[in-house]
Design a protein around this ligand. Structure first.
Ligand SMILES: NC(=O)c1ccc[n+]([C@@H]2O[C@H](COP(=O)([O-])OP(=O)(O)OC[C@H]3O[C@@H](n4cnc5c(N)ncnc54)[C@H](OP(=O)(O)O)[C@@H]3O)[C@@H](O)[C@H]2O)c1
Length: 249
C-alpha cells in the first residue's frame, strides 16, 4: 500500500477477544483500517485498538449486538458514512451453549442461532448492500469444524455453523456477478476462552483426533483470513476451508 493512500475498511465482528482479535491485528498489519466490533468486552476492544494504533495502524471501536438486525443496519450505515465503504467483512462473533438434545432449552437454542447464524446473516446483508454498489468486496464467515462433522452435545452450535455454510454458498452465487466474494473458514480446536473451559482430559481426547497433534492458535485462523481478504484469493468464492490440523478432511 502507498503512503497517503486511503486504507480499505475491514469490519471484524467479535474482535474483542480470541480469534477475532487475532484477525483484526493481522488485517491491521496488512494495511486495513479496522472497525472493531464487540458485544460487551469494551476494555479488551479498547486495548486492541491501542495496540493497533501503537503499531501505526488504524482502528475504530464499534459496539453492537450482531443478533439485533436494527442495530446492525444502523452501525453499518454509520461506518459507511463516517469512514467509507466496507471492503472486507469477517463474521467472527460467536457463542456456544452446549448440552445434549433432550435437555436443550428453547432460549439457549434461540440464543445460539441468533448470534452464530442470524447475526452473520444480518451483517452480511448490511455489508453486501454497500459492496454490491462498489462491485467489490470479500466476506469471510467463521464457521466451525463442528458444522462439518457434528459433535455430540453441540447440536445447536452445529446447526448454526452448518447453516452458515449453506447460506454462504447461496450468497456467493448471488453476489459473484458483482465481484463480491464469500468464503467460509472452519476452524478446528483453537486455544481461546471458548475452548478454555475444556478439561485437560477433554483436550487430550480432542488431540487424539488431530493428525498434527496440537491445538491451533488464533493466528493460524488469522493467516487464512488475511489471504481470503486479499486480491491474492480473487478467484475463490463459495469455498469452505478448514484450519483444523487435519481433524476433518
Ligand atoms: N475456539 C475455537 O476452537 C473455535 C473453533 C471453531 C470455530 N470457532 C468460532 O470462531 C469464532 C470466535 O471464537 P473464539 O474462540 O475466539 O470465541 P471467544 O474467545 O469466546 O470470543 C467470542 C467473541 O464474540 C463476541 N460476541 C459474542 N456474542 C456477540 C454478540 N451478540 N455481538 C457481538 N459480538 C459478540 C465476543 O465479544 P464480547 O466479549 O465483547 O461480547 C468475543 O469477542 C466463533 O464464531 C466461534 O464459533 C472457534
Amino acid at each position: 500500500m502507498q503512503t497517503g493512500e486511503r486504507k480499505p475498511i475491514a469490519v471484524v465482528t467479535g474482535a474483542s477477544r480470541g480469534i477475532g482479535a487475532a484477525i483484526a491485528l493481522r488485517l491491521a498489519r496488512e494495511g486495513y483500517h479496522l472497525i472493531l466490533n464487540y458485544g460487551s468486552s469494551e476494555e479488551k476492544a479498547r486495548q486492541l485498538q491501542t495496540l493497533i494504533q501503537a503499531g501505526g495502524g488504524k482502528a475504530e471501536l464499534c459496539q453492537f449486538d450482531v443478533a439485533n438486525s436494527a442495530q446492525v443496519n444502523e452501525k453499518f450505515d454509520w461506518i459507511a458514512k463516517t469512514f467509507g465503504k466496507v471492503s472486507v467483512l469477517v463474521n467472527n462473533a460467536g457463542i456456544s451453549i452446549d448440552g445434549l438434545l433432550i435437555r436443550m432449552k428453547d432460549e439457549d437454542l434461540e440464543k445460539v442461532l441468533s448470534v452464530d447464524l442470524k447475526g452473520a446473516i444480518y451483517c452480511t446483508r448490511a455489508a453486501a448492500n454497500h459492496m454490491m454498489r462498489e462491485r467489490k468486496g470479500s466476506i469471510i464467515q467463521i464457521s466451525s469444524v463442528i458444522g462439518e462433522m457434528g459433535n455430540a452435545g453441540q447440536g445447536a452450535y452445529a446447526a448454526a455453523k452448518a447453516g452458515l455454510i449453506g447460506f454462504s454458498k447461496s450468497i456467493a452465487k448471488e453476489l459473484g456477478s458483482r465481484q463480491v466474494r464469500v468464503n467460509v473458514v472452519t476452524p478446528g480446536f483453537i486455544a481461546t476462552d471458548m475452548t478454555g473451559v475444556l478439561t485437560d482430559a477433554q483436550k487430550e481426547d480432542i488431540l487424539r483426533t488431530v493428525p498434527l497433534g496440537f491445538l491451533g492458535e488464533p493466528e493460524d485462523v488469522a493467516a487464512l483470513v488475511a489471504f481470503l481478504a486479499s486480491p491474492a484469493s480473487r478467484y475463490l468464492t463459495g469455498q469452505v476451508i478448514g484450519v483444523n490440523g487435519g481433524m476433518y478432511m
